[in-house]
Write a protein that binds this ligand. Sequence first.
Ligand code: CP
Length: 310
Amino acid sequence: MANAQTLSHPYMLQTDDLSREDFKMIFDRATYFIDNPDGKEKFDDLKGITVASAFFENSTRTKLSFDLAAKRLSADTFSFHAKTSSLSKGESLIDTLRTVEAMSVDMYVVRHNCAGSSKFLQENTPGIVVNAGDGKHEHPTQALLDTYTLHRHFGSLEGLKVCIVGDILHSRVARSNVTALKILGAEVAFCAPGTLLPRRLDIWDVKLIETIGEAVEWSDTLICLRLQHERMESGILPSLREYSKYYGVTVKHFEQKPGLVLMHPGPVNYGVELDYKISKYPNVLIQTQVSHGVYIRMALLSLLRNSLNK
Ligand code: CP
């Protein structure tokens, strides 16, 4: 089915680029892709369009799902691998962009460890940039797939109570999700050790919950986050064992609240953020999030394509 709708902006840099209507358009398009006969049919939304993925930081889920999404929409795709590129010979990011641009690329999916890198690239190219994670700043497509997973599970996010647990200080997922959840009408709380909370909590306008037991009691859904050792200063946590004891989610929390929904963007440090045994519970939606990631990214690329003049 052809689709001529366009989003509020011809790029995807941060979650508040999206209006509530944009979320609806993206969710409806993702559902359309899911509802095709076996979920694997090829579509021609990106026929004649070239999509480059450029990952300057490691990724499994985001990179694979964007690549698959672009291929299922019939795009021409290629990957730029930072570690094996001429960046290692001193070429700048902007010269790298110019080089890739000269190969007639229409869309760029970019992950980089610098906050603001996607915005910088968008300001320097007529192509469409999609932020696949920029440092501690934003991971908007993770927020899209997380809220879509909640939308499919609960029917609506209006009034839904969602607590984000763990390493909020270093998390682009937390930042993107707080914005997305609020746009869609959810109530948001944080539960984390003081050293892993953002310094200016007042500007986040979220509820603060002290203990994981209270977080389970209050929440319809917990979004647990990975401890991001690569972005942490040393000494920020006494020990992983202590973190796990006070903030890890275990079977006892599902016994406390059998209907509790649990999500995690991955990769999970089992035994730290989550006890491995919780994987058996049907409301643990981690695999569902990964599956939805493909359809949400198909939906986003399909709708952004309509902003290209070709
Ligand atoms: N959730 C997420 O961004 O995972 P990857 O780092 O594997 O892409």
